[in-house]
Design a protein around this ligand. Structure first.
Ligand code: ATP
Ligand code: RIB
Length: 309
């Protein structure tokens, strides 16, 4: 049995409209595709990791509404995720995300977190303490940022490893950085955190160095179709993205994070885990949705072994 990954974070009911362009302020366009489904950065990452054969618990908060009822069903259906860590609250709605996708697969997202904001550091720390054989705890920022930072600091003090996907980007207190073992921003998030404008791997290396200087052990910065950089105190590496026909990049970063965590928990070294996650994310961007698009272990392994991507 692989060691346990705990993902603490968001679930959102998702409403997607796909059309030729993403509307700007005051603009209206006719779209061509509409669907609703599950999402949220935490849920996407937990499902992606579980599909990769990792042993995953998802700790989240849902409202007692129809989106919450759907969440319970869909987390089980797609990721085999269930149990007491999936909690319902009376006083908030289930998180929702309204997503526009354009013809090139780019997206723009508005999240209303609702019940996600009620997840506390205390709940996360006690979930970890009552779980055996925890390998790493994954965080994102669609919940209360202060509570997530407190949880990482408390877990780090207990010797528990953490991964932060700092999305959506938010200013973080300096004292949280040393409590982050792995940070995985995309280029926009890395720019907000570090002030380095990133369009090239070299610029991403500079941003990575700043994050390492603040106390993070490993920075993985994804640049979408341009690839991914890895920065530690001793090493810098670049992994190119696979050339594919992207239909919907929504949640590509989540599939990357979940698959990366899964690969690490199965013993892959850092660069190989990034290459593995790169394969999984490249499969997911060729499909619509995230739960529905995240690949299983077998499909990812076939691509990974056919070419280290
Ligand atoms: P999201 O916020 O929607 O979850 P993100 O912006 O965090 O996504 P990206 O940096 O766009 O994440 O992409 C994450 C990974 O997904 C990339 O490192 C790459 O492996 C893969 N990927 C994304 N877009 C493409 C693409 N167009 N072609 C191939 N691979 C892609
Ligand atoms: O990263 C993509 C996710 O962000 C979507 O599933 C949506 O729920 C938003 O939270």
């Amino acid at each position: 049995m692989n060691p346990k990954i705990i993902i603490a974070g968001s679930y959102n009911g998702v409403i997607v409209a796909k059309g030729p362009v993403i509307p700007g302020v005051g603009e209206t366009y006719l779209g061509d595709t509409f669907f609703t489904g599950p999402g949220g950065k935490g849920a996407n990452q937990a499902v992606a990791a579980s599909l990769q054969g990792a042993d995953v618990s998802f700790l989240c908060k849902l409202g007692k509404d129809s989106y919450g009822d759907d969440a319970v069903k869909l987390l089980k259906q797609y990721g085999g995720l269930e149990g007491e860590s999936i909690r319902r609250v009376d006083d908030a709605h289930t998180g929702v995300a309204l997503i526009f996708v354009d013809g090139a697969g780019n997206n723009s997202i508005m999240v209303v977190p609702g019940a996600n904001l009620t997840l506390t550091a205390e709940e996360i720390v006690s979930e970890v303490k009552t779980t055996k054989n925890v390998f790493m705890v994954g965080f994102q920022l669609e919940c209360d940022v202060g509570q997530m930072c407190e949880a990482m600091i408390r877990l780090h003090a207990e010797g528990v490893k953490t991964l932060l996907d700092p999305a959506p980007a938010a200013a973080l207190p300096m004292e949280v950085y040393p409590a982050i073992d792995i940070i995985k921003p995309n280029e926009h998030e890395a720019e907000i955190l570090t002030g380095v404008h990133i369009t090239t791997p070299e610029e991403a290396y500079r941003a990575g160095d700043i994050l390492i200087g603040r106390g993070v052990k490993t920075a993985i910065i994804t640049l979408g179709a341009k690839g991914t950089v890895i920065v530690t105190a001793d090493e810098k590496a670049f992994v190119p993205a696979r050339i594919v026909d992207a239909k919907d990049t929504t949640g590509a970063g989540d599939v990357f994070s979940g698959s990366f965590l899964a690969a690490l928990s199965k013993g892959y070294p850092l660069k190989e885990a990034v290459q593995y996650a790169n394969c999984a994310a490249s499969i997911s961007v060729q499909r619509l949705g995230v739960f529905e698009a995240a690949p299983a272990e077998e499909e990812t392994l076939a691509l990974y072994h056919s070419s280290r991507c």
